[in-house]
Design a protein around this ligand. Structure first.
Ligand code: P1T
Length: 386
């Protein structure tokens, strides 16, 4: 089955056997527990909804299929998924390497919890250069953590080349695929061991659910993560599982439109004299456009740009927009705008932000599926005020 078909049919096969009701849409199983006849009689594979739930299972099956993986575990948020991966693969004293440009909350989790509290040694490196990863490897390195493209600077790294280093040194490679989704990028096919998602974003797509997921094809990795999904308990609720199942059905259509609008906006901003720099992997001016073409089948819906202005100018710009809602998050049908220095990445110390290139005037937009003419008019109205 191709992507669009899997997104509709995997995990939601109507049950037409005797006793099955033939629901076309997977029923929402809100039960917390499952009855059994006798203590030793396994109750149809389900015992308790933290361990396993039919609606969550349906979603996990679908997401595994969309990423071309074998196993998926779903969590209460993207960060809960990330936490469970680190809990499952690392122990105190281990070393990990992470891209130096990451979602601010992921970096806060790594630094404040796993490094400072649980003694995981972490090196943040510019993973655009594969040799920076190779140079950072130590005997104790157990995990490499990447976003590509990164949040918010849309930097790319070469998954296949980094996977070959990881493979050689027996290090796990995890890729956060939230920005591209499996519609545009398949990290497992490129050699990653695990894919992580904030399903809060494109997979659900409608700003009305928070969730996360981990996908792998490695049985042993899945076993560890599944154990901790139950043991630590940061599971996705049945209702959110239902919402994301519904969201994935239109993912392919939404991603095409997000991308079409994002490219038009990126080109428009690039030609505007009030704009210093536009970052979008689909622009030929993106320093890694060739890698984007090779590694991804599209460029996504996220655009970042710097105004020829200061923090106050950028603040006035984002606060003045009418159609772009000023809010954190991304990947939903409506357009959102934010200032990373004061919002999503404010937990990163200013000197670290400076080092990775997150300037005060950097604006990040998550381009929605509205009419492109309306979106351009909204942006122009604020650009002309500068
Ligand atoms: O918010 P949560 O579902 O816990 O997901 C965390 C997360 C993980 N990975 C990436 C790439 C992300 O962008 C996020 C969350 N990001 C935002 C809320 C944001 O506005 O960037």
């Amino acid at each position: 089955m191709k992507f669009e078909t899997k997104a509709l049919h995997i995990g939601e096969e109507p049950n037409l056997s005797e006793g099955g009701s033939g629901d076309v849409v997977s029923p929402l199983h809100l039960t917390s527990t499952f009855a059994r006849n006798k203590i030793d009689e396994p109750p149809r594979g389900y015992e308790y909804s933290r361990s396993s739930n039919p609606t969550r299972n349906a979603l996990e099956k679908r997401l595994a299929a969309l990423e071309n993986g074998k196993y998926c575990t779903a969590f209460a948020s993207g960060l809960a998924a990330t936490t469970t991966v680190l809990l499952s693969l690392l122990k105190a004293g281990d070393h990990m390497i992470a891209f130096d440009d990451l979602y601010g909350g992921t970096r806060r989790l790594f630094t404040h919890l796993f490094n400072k509290k649980f003694n995981i040694d972490i090196n943040y490196v510019d993973a655009r250069k594969v040799e920076n990863i190779a140079d950072a490897v130590k005997d104790r390195t157990r995990l490499i953590w990447l976003e590509t493209p990164t949040n918010p600077l849309l930097k790319l790294c070469d998954i296949r080349s980094i996977a070959s280093i990881a493979w050689d040194k027996k290090i796990f490679l995890a890729v956060d695929n939230t920005f591209m989704t499996p519609y545009f990028q398949l990290p497992l096919e490129l050699g990653a061991d695990l894919v992580v998602h904030s399903t809060t974003k494109y997979l659900n797509g409608h700003s009305d659910s928070v969730g996360g997921a981990v996908i792998t094809s490695d049985e042993h990795i899945d076993e560890k993560i599944r154990f901790n999904q139950n043991a630590a308990g940061a599971i996705l609720s049945p209702f959110d599982s239902y919402m994301i199942l519904r969201g994935t059905k239109t993912l392919s259509l939404r991603m095409e439109r997000h991308q079409q609008n994002a490219l038009a906006i990126a080109k428009h901003l690039e030609a505007h004299d009030k704009v210093e720099r536009v970052i979008y992997p689909g622009l030929e001016s993106h320093p890694q456009h060739q890698l984007a073409k090779k590694q991804m089948s599209g460029y996504g819906g996220m655009v970042s740009f710097e105004l020829k202005s200061d923090l106050n100018g950028a603040r006035g710009f984002v606060e003045g927009l009418k159609l772009f809602t000023l809010a954190e998050s991304l990947g939903c049908v409506e357009s959102l705008v934010e200032l990373p220095a004061l919002m999503t990445h404010s937990s990163i110390p200013p000197e670290e932000r400076e080092k990775t290139g997150i300037k005060d005037s950097l604006i990040r937009i998550s381009v929605g599926i509205e009419n492109i003419g309306d979106l351009l008019e909204d942006l122009d109205s604020q650009l002309n005020k500068l």
